[in-house]
Design a protein around this ligand. Sequence first.
Ligand SMILES: *Cc1c(COP(=O)(O)O)cnc(C)c1O
Length: 361
Amino acid sequence: MGRIYNFSAGPAMLPVEVLQEAADEMLDYRGTGMSVMEMSHRSKAFESIIQEAEADLRELMSIPDNYKVLFLQGGASQQFAAIPMNLMKNKVADYIITGQWAKKAYQEACIYGKANIIASSADKTFSYIPDCSDLPVSSDADYVYICENNTIYGTKYKKLPDTKGKTLVADVSSCFLSEPVDVTRYGVIYGGVQKNIGPAGVVIVIIREDLITEDTLPGTPTMMKYKIHADNASLYNTPPAYGIYICGKVFKWIKNLGGLEAMKVRNEKKAAILYDFLDQSKLFKGTVVKEDRSLMNVPFVTGSEELDAKFIKEAKAAGFENLKGHRTVGGMRASIYNAMPIEGVEKLVEFMKQFEAENTK
Ligand SMILES: *Cc1c(COP(=O)(O)O)cnc(C)c1O
């Protein structure tokens, strides 16, 4: 059996070239006589793996020198707590709720201080991004928090909120490296890598240096302190070494394709194939307002739960895996991250056309 087109929201597809290289180096990493999985994180070989990964990521995202790059564990979800623990000096933070991940981050912040919801799109099941041009930002807010691409609902901020001078913190788990980004607009950019970069087990935190202080909330565990990880270059304890190694390979893969500008062109082209079809389909319909559509996660429905189920089943049989929508929203969702080849989306649309012809009169 060959490889199928995997439309999973995460863990998701990785570039075949990366998997092949990792396979080639599995038993003997470049003459070390061992796998990266078996090697000390203090070894010369691993030191160059993590340093090169960081250098490549800095180059890809043009990360300024006054930002640290941390390779951590605990997933994006652990950052929901780490962010307030490290940044809530006044114990106040403003949250924009555009879906479940933003809501979870907000709920976690409520444990540590006063978290305010300053905008939300809950009224229309998160099918749009609220107007963030004039938000009631709290004067004493330590930061304003967003989830930049909403994996479950398929929306993306096309314009960052006006935080009125407050630090912007963004969860970019599902849009990491999908297009160019101006890092200077953010205080913290972070994301789990299992959506668009690498294997589960690594979370990358890009944080402006002045936000890294000893002054964390009382009771903050050592492992949750950004300063500990920054001072130790992500090697305070054993890092998720193999995951970092794969991330490094994906950074090189993106560099070879032309960097984030090229990723954006590629991703826009891919997403357009699917959205253009949805916009004229008599059966399938996108669920998100056009202006706020994600390039990465594309939810759609037929309007009938039975037909949705039939479609998912037949798609799976035809080699299109994981098209079922999130368990909380139903319908379908195609996640088309960086590693999804354009042919995957073209073939999916062909299949959808055929299904539509067979199931409409
Ligand atoms: C998947 C996801 C998360 C949760 O990530 P974990 O690594 O499983 O904790 C958080 N935020 C967004 C936007 C996600 O897509």
